[in-house]
Design a protein around this ligand. Structure first.
Ligand code: SAM
Length: 196
């Protein structure tokens, strides 16, 4: 099976098993960013089945990814997928809750794509692992279009609470003067925060 077929197979699995993975626009943006900025070392919070880790590692052979996932079934599926692409030596998976993981390495890029309510916590926990002039990219800032809706249009209370947290994260990024953040209307909404 060629690489494109393997990638499509992973996407199909994600769809059939309700695993949220990056949208095509988002992944194209992320991989172009990696290419254009010569990113080599990446930390990802939220592996799911390894789709974005694999897409990032396929940018070029210098790219190394460390990715954290707390769901066992997804983690095991990611391990399988990474083996299929022979990327075991460049993608390192950690099976744990990211909030319990302590890393000493420094990364050029941190990609936050896990529990959306915890974005600020992930940002604050892992920014010590970001190199000077490094970048933190976060996905789903539109939260499937819900962030732009009025509160009374969102029927579920839990969902309203989540949307409030995503909005709070956007405000947090705007006010954080240690980073210059640009927001993109790409995929489900992406932010790029560069450490000043
Ligand atoms: N980045 C993946 C991709 O595009 O292929 C998609 C990741 S999916 C949107 C989010 C994943 O983060 C889920 O599989 C979920 O289990 C995981 N997750 C959520 N909170 C987490 C946490 N605190 N620690 C580790 N993983 C977490």
């Amino acid at each position: 099976m060629n690489i494109d077929d393997q990638i499509n197979k992973m996407k199909k699995y994600a769809e059939e098993n309700n695993v949220p993975i990056m949208l095509d626009d988002g992944i194209n943006f992320l991989t172009s960013y990696i290419k254009e900025n010569n990113i080599e070392n990446i930390l990802e919070i939220g592996t799911a089945i390894g789709y974005s880790s694999i897409m990032m590692a396929l940018v070029n052979e210098k790219v190394k990814v460390t990715s954290i996932e707390r769901d066992e079934k997804r983690y095991l599926e990611a391990i399988k997928n990474i083996k299929k692409f022979n990327l075991e030596d460049r993608i390192n998976l950690i099976y744990n809750d990211a909030m319990d993981v302590n890393l000493i390495d420094e990364y050029d890029l941190i990609f936050i794509d896990a529990a959306k309510a915890q974005n600020i916590k992930f940002f604050e926990k892992f920014e010590k692992n970001l190199k000077v002039k490094g970048t933190i990219i976060t996905d789903n800032l539109k939260f499937h279009g819900l962030v732009e809706k009025a509160e009374d249009e969102i029927s579920s209370r839990n969902l309203r609470a989540l949307v409030r947290k995503v909005r709070a994260y956007v405000e947090y990024l705007k006010e954080n003067t240690r980073y210059k953040t640009t927001f993109y209307e790409i995929g489900d909404g992406i932010s790029v925060s560069i450490k000043e």
